[in-house]
Ligand binder design. Structure first.
Ligand SMILES: *[C@@H]1O[C@H](CO)[C@@H](O)[C@H](O)[C@H]1NC(C)=O
Ligand SMILES: *[C@@H]1O[C@H](CO)[C@@H](O)[C@H](O)[C@H]1NC(C)=O
Ligand SMILES: *[C@@H]1O[C@H](CO)[C@@H](O)[C@H](O)[C@H]1NC(C)=O
Ligand SMILES: [Ca+2]
Length: 482
């Protein structure tokens, strides 16, 4: 039966594909398809940009055993691959790539030798497509921003993440993204939904992420890096009934298994320090509650159980005290539970009503004000709470649908500090907000990110530039802020 099904579905799929064009309306070029063409062009252009970044892809080297990647062969002119080695170099890029800055109404393209800005026009329409037999994207999806979209006036100084500055796409099935640095090296870690792996990429001199190491983690969910003394670790929640959650340690060249934390169906791991002590709070989405582990000088040992089943746990400090917020499917009502460190253990401090089930939680503080942002899965909005000195009060509500989490970054560059907060909404385009300390004194919307079925996002700084990685269900796009 299963065998028949595996045969049957591909056939249905192929049939669907082959009949699809015939039911799609055919249109003449000028009006309706222009949007489509723009998106088509953008698609081609971003492919061209990516390709020009990569050069012709050489034959893939055999994946060696885990280990430092061998020296990359000297690159020949465009696309000559070096000797085959572990994770063979992908071929060098062509002439150094610096993206020209295009004006509104222009798009980035290639004349075969270099990247240029070209104006949209009649000839593009003719050259790119016949405008027939393609499905015109439904207008409700904001996945095809008009190339001439005017900048948001009030936030001209705010970094934006435009499709034309999408510098890389990693094709993978991601659940949770994060970046971290070790010395000068930047890494992107990706826990994967389908696979049994956790993948680490490393940022190279060409400002691209290259595959660095693959670690075996069944049902990897959220994860975080942390430091104990001089040593760098990261821990991954394993949403498995039968596997514990692993902790890995950086040995100078790569990550090696360090220990496992006894967990069943862990969803999130949050490292934090109280004084000199290091703790790991692990949100468990199963059974009776979640756990806190403590570093005993050599490894992590169980420290405290907390009676909260959770999807996300976050720590924060206010006025010298450490708090934990944990969200999840509480049977007793829709709230986020907040625990406070008593000096010896965590005690329930507050139940923060969230109206609907809260899924992700993020703490941030800007200009001395503490916020707790709660992502709601079922509701049509997510909530930002503000600490008034004694408790969290609803401060702002932003539209979201099936929101998984919030992400934030504070970028100190360009003369003034800016704090960005974005809602990772999976059923509508994720939105980026920036703290507007001058006018509205709220989180003001900067832009939407065209992404569907978004799983996670992460901001990171390299040099003075802010980047954004957006993972949807099949691919992760890296945007350079502009
Ligand atoms: C934009 O930057 C300029 C110069 O740095 C500054 O004078 C202006 O106030 C900024 N505008 C906003 C909205 O932040
Ligand atoms: C901060 O903590 C100090 C002492 O722990 C306390 O006296 C003070 O009232 C606290 N401030 C606020 C705003 O809670
Ligand atoms: C914070 O809000 C609560 C509830 O409205 C109120 O009782 C309390 O006085 C407020 N605290 C401050 C410092 O304003
Ligand atoms: Ca968390």
């Amino acid at each position: 039966m299963a065998h028949v099904l595996t045969l049957f579905f591909p056939i249905v799929f192929v049939l669907t594909i082959s009949f699809a064009p015939s039911v799609v309306t055919r249109r003449q070029c000028p009006k309706a398809c222009r949007t489509f063409i723009s998106s088509e062009v953008e698609e081609k252009v971003s492919r061209a940009v990516r390709n020009s970044g990569k050069g012709t892809r050489g034959p893939r080297g055999k994946q060696g055993l885990q280990g430092p990647i061998g020296p990359q062969g000297l690159s020949g002119p465009l696309g000559e691959t070096g000797p085959i080695g572990p994770q063979g170099p992908r071929g060098e890029s062509g002439p150094a790539l610096s993206l020209p800055k295009c004006e509104p109404g222009e798009y980035l393209t290639s004349d075969g030798k270099q990247l240029i800005c070209a104006k949209f026009g009649e000839e593009v329409c003719k050259a790119v497509a016949k405008c027939e037999g393609y499905q015109v994207p439904t207008p409700s999806l904001s996945s095809t921003p008009a190339p001439t979209r005017p900048p948001v006036k009030e936030y001209v100084n705010m970094t934006q993440f435009m499709k034309k500055y999408m510098i890389q796409t990693l094709y993978m099935d991601a659940w949770d993204l994060g970046t971290f640095s070790i010395g000068e090296q930047l890494f992107l870690g990706v826990s994967q939904l389908g696979g049994k792996s956790f993948v680490i990429y490393k940022w190279d001199e060409e400002h691209r992420f290259r595959s660095f190491q693959v670690l075996k983690v069944p049902f990897a969910r959220k994860w975080q890096k942390f430091v104990v003394g001089e040593d760098v670790y990261f821990a991954v929640a394993s949403n498995s009934r039968s596997h514990d959650s692993p902790v890995f340690k950086w040995n100078g060249d790569m990550f090696v298994p360090f220990q496992t934390l006894p967990t069943v169906k862990a969803f999130d791991i949050e490292p934090f320090k109280i004084g000199e002590d290091t703790y790991l709070a692990v949100a468990i989405y199963y059974g009776r509650g979640s756990h806190i582990f403590k570093w005993d000088g050599e490894r992590f040992v169980k420290f405290q159980d907390i009676a909260a089943v959770g999807a996300d746990v976050e720590h924060f400090r206010m006025n010298g005290s450490t708090y934990l917020a944990i969200t999840g499917p509480f049977s007793r009502g829709a709230y986020a539970l907040i625990y406070k460190w008593s000096g010896t253990r965590f005690e329930v401090f507050h139940r923060l009503p969230t109206g609907e089930r809260a899924y992700g939680v993020k703490a941030l503080s800007v200009d001395g004000i503490h916020f707790l942002a709660v992502a709601r899965w079922k509701a049509e909005s997510s909530l930002i709470f503000r600490w008034n000195g004694t408790q969290f009060k609803l401060f702002q509500e932003v539209p979201s649908r099936r929101a998984r989490d919030w992400i934030t970054i504070t970028s100190p560059f360009m003369s003034s500090e800016k704090t960005y907060l974005a809602i990772v909404s999976s059923d509508r385009s994720p939105s980026i907000f920036a703290w507007d300390r001058y006018y509205s004194k709220k989180f003001a919307k900067v832009q939407d990110i065209p992404s569907e079925r978004t799983r996670d996002m992460v901001f990171f700084n390299m040099g003075e530039t802010v980047y954004l990685a957006v993972a949807s269900h099949r691919s992760t796009d890296i945007y350079q802020g502009s």
